[in-house]
Write a protein that binds this ligand. Sequence first.
Ligand code: EPZ
Length: 445
Amino acid sequence: MNCFIVEGGHTLKGKIEVRGAKNSMLPIMAAAILNSSKQEIVLENIPDIGDMHMKKTILQSLGLQVSYNDHMLNIGSPELSCFTIPAALMKEMRSSIIIMGPVLARLGRVKVTYPGGCSIGPRPIDLHLKGLEALGARIWEEKGYIVASTSGLRGTEIHLDYPSVGATENLMMAAVLASGNTVIYNAAREPEIVDLQNFLNAMGAKVRGAGTETLRIRGVDALGCCRYRIIPDRIVAGTYLMAGAITGGQVTVEGIIPSHLDAVVAKMQEAGVILKVDEENISVLGGRLRGVETLRTLPYPGFPTDLQSPMMALLTVAAGRSKIVESVFEARFKHVEELKRMHARISVEGRTALLEGGSLRGAVVTATDLRAGAALVLAGLTAEGMTVVKEIKHIDRGYERLDLALNRLGAKIKRSMEEESKIPDRQQNVNGKMIKTNDLPSYLV
Ligand code: EPZ
């Protein structure tokens, strides 16, 4: 099943629960490598998504025992037997670069390949490698692998040139077993960093400052097991809210931490969406969509780059003009060409996209990364007629059955094989009836 067939024109209504955060789960699964006790780590609220299964395979390739059942992960690491991450798995999942820190901390040696490129631009790892060298690792290249080795990591001061999420996580996990104290300046402040700190401390680490730009870590001799529930996924929550807004519906997203979406709520309100924020829920109540002067993606607590493409989909049907500046990644506008197939009016110059709101028409489009794929589904919800979103494997990496979740709110999305999928004829709404445009008199097309 490799595509979604989305029937436009259905207003979403209802309540939906959000599972654990993919971008919390991935570093915390890597941190489980640091457990040198004989007991298992138990992780709760784990989403059933492609990236979880991929990371599970990577941990198993290192000798860990990993089992997943009903949104819970059990991870035992009695004998960490291998320090080489298979190249094929590295290519599949660039974020596995953050396995370097914990494996190096536990075994004193690690071998990885350069992580696969990604459709959101080159994904360098210079900040990761510079930080590991500062902690006392020797790093060299060997037959296409990056090898890091150390006789023992030593605490130090690290100044990150950019508040990289992955580099912050990698260095946190390397430093917790280093001898002495480590300070990481200009650290990423995302909620997922706080979740990783809390998990590491539950294992016996001594980490402070997560959520601020300065992390302080006191090295300990060993870390043990724990049971831990990861935070809800703020990006999935934002995607559902935008799905409600783009269809003019009323959707309540439950079981979240609303403060994680402050910048998103503010920008959606600026775009005319009426929202209600409670203790653990946020509701979209309606509103007339209007363009926003500037949406600039930034490191947390700014507007998250991962919601840039879903927000762009929303703004393509808002009245008036909008400007979007993608300041985090170099090339995160691959979804623009696909949205333009649906008659979106967008022009791109470097990291800036200019939009003119209008209406969308169903088309055959292709997901290029998980958030771009989600944006195309959202566009299909409001487009006239049918939309086929291809390559939905990207979406399944980070969203647990996005089709079923949205269908529970009233969407009509069918998961299908491409050859079976109904490639939408051009359809036109004539006096409230959807008629195939090839049947229409030319003056109506
Ligand atoms: C994490 O990626 C997330 N992935 C991304 O989510 C998210 O978009 C990103 O953080 C920003 O919030 C996971 O957590 C698994 P970065 P990461 O290092 O760690 C540059 C999604 O859709 N940089 O903060 O790779 C880099 O090129 C994914 O869920 C360097 O220059 O992001 C980029 O321009 C997509 N050198 C910027 O920093 C380095 O050594 C931000 O990257 C590292 C990064």
